[in-house]
Design a protein around this ligand. Structure first.
Ligand code: MN
Length: 427
């Protein structure tokens, strides 16, 4: 793992961008996440920026890069990547001689539109929470909830990149084919069991050649960083279509990705040992490495918030439905990379992995409504008296994430936000 702790993580470091020094700010100088922005309402090409406090630093205008192609920035080798982070940190630090020049390269986040952090290439969704897999498995197969391959194979499926949308996008409730148990034949109509999935997105930075697997020891050098990811799911479509080849139209109508990629370099202070629970098999050798055991996991606190249309009308920001921690994932980022390429499959800069729904061990830590409402049987009662078994039109789902640890500055992921609109007219 080549993400050393260095002076960019020092908790006492402060920025001349005053908003970055506020307690609880997601984007202090210790974070420096990458994204793409343009003036709000403009059709200009996206530019590459780094979030600092409530501002965005235009990296090209600051003279730090000479491209607006994020894949070039993402594909930098470890030494170049660390040098860029060090230069951004030094220039934004209090007392920097860059202050007057870089102040002109700042834009208020309130004045810009944030796009997807990069052109997304191929998209693979994993299933790395054993708690999610077990709870869902109990609903689908009460006698046999966790299939025997789960503890050995990082389970995943190939998704679709074309429908990955930036945070803030709206999505239409999907139409699709469903067959409820009481129906003799399936019918076409709007999904009645629309759900979200609390996930992290892993952005691949550096490619590997077809036929050349990535070893565990090198795996994280191929990863740029992490973002929040909502894999919207139509459970009624899914239940009818998922056998025998897995999810299809129940998943590919929209997935929402947050704008800021928090780099593995920024996450260095929040690493933790990876270990298997008592009684579980150890990973095969190609999924094992000393560095993965020592610090393969990442301590990221994750939250799901819901703002209904009624809450919005009443001026309420919404309420938290659940929280979970990425430490509870069954497989690490490095293991996902090593497994995905063990057969020689080639990854490319801009490819996206979804972690799979990240649920904690407790029932209230489910990362989807399917878990929290027990498959719709126990609707949640919200603080304003509304109930939810599944998402309703007008609902806004907001994912949040942050890392905090004694001795370090808290860093955050910002938000991943999407709003459900009624189904578009069907064919
Ligand atoms: Mn998913």
């Amino acid at each position: 793992m080549n993400n050393p702790l260095n002076e960019t993580h020092a908790p006492e470091l402060r920025s001349w961008v005053a908003s970055a020094n506020q307690v609880g700010c997601d984007f202090p100088i210790q974070n420096l996440p990458f994204g793409r922005f343009r003036p709000a309402g403009s059709g200009e090409a996206f530019r590459i920026g780094v979030a600092i406090g409530d501002q965005v630093l235009d990296l090209q205008a600051a003279g730090l890069i000479d491209t607006d192609d994020m894949s070039i920035v993402m594909a930098k080798g470890p030494a170049e990547r660390l040098a860029l982070r060090a230069a951004i940190s030094a220039g934004l630090a209090e007392g920097s001689c860059q202050q007057s020049a870089w102040a002109k390269a700042l834009h208020a986040q309130a004045d810009v539109a944030l796009g997807l952090p990069c052109e997304i290439g191929d998209y693979t969704d994993f299933y790395t929470s054993i708690h999610h897999a077990t709870t869902i498995g109990k609903q689908l197969r009460p006698d046999n909830p966790l299939l025997p391959n789960y503890q050995w194979v990082p389970i995943g499926y190939h998704g679709r990149a074309s429908s990955i949308v930036p945070s803030g996008s709206v999505l239409h409730r999907p139409n699709g084919q469903t067959k409820m148990p009481e129906q003799d034949t399936p019918s076409l109509g709007p999904s009645r069991r629309l759900d979200y999935e609390l996930e992290l997105g892993v952005l691949i930075a550096r490619p590997n050649a077809l036929g050349e697997p990535i070893a565990m020891a090198d795996a994280e050098d191929h990863v740029f960083g992490l973002a929040l990811f909502n894999d919207w799911s139509a459970r009624d479509l899914q239940a009818w279509e998922y056998q025998p080849l897995g999810p299809f139209l129940s998943k590919n109508f929209a997935s929402t990705l947050s704008p800021w990629v928090v780099t593995l370099d920024a996450l260095a202070p929040f690493r933790a040992p990876f270990h298997r629970p008592e009684g579980h098999p150890q990973p095969l050798n190609y999924l094992d490495a000393p560095a993965n055991r020592a610090q393969g996991a990442i301590d990221i606190e994750l939250e799901v918030w819901l703002q209904t249309a009624q809450m919005r009308a009443a001026g309420q920001a919404g309420e938290r439905l659940s929280s979970a921690n990425y430490l509870d994932a069954y497989w690490t980022v490095a293991q996902l990379v090593a497994h995905h390429t063990v057969n020689g499959c080639n990854l490319r800069a801009g490819d996206l992995f979804g972690s799979g729904t990240l649920s904690g061990p407790q029932p209230e830590q489910g990362g989807s409504l399917m878990e929290l409402s027990a498959g719709g049987k126990r609707p949640l009662t919200l603080s304003n008296g509304e109930t939810r078994a599944w998402l309703e039109d007008g609902d806004t789902v907001i994912l949040r994430g942050y890392c905090q640890r004694e001795g370090f500055r808290r860093i955050g992921f910002g938000e991943c936000r999407g709003t459900v609109l009624p189904a578009a007219r069907s064919v």
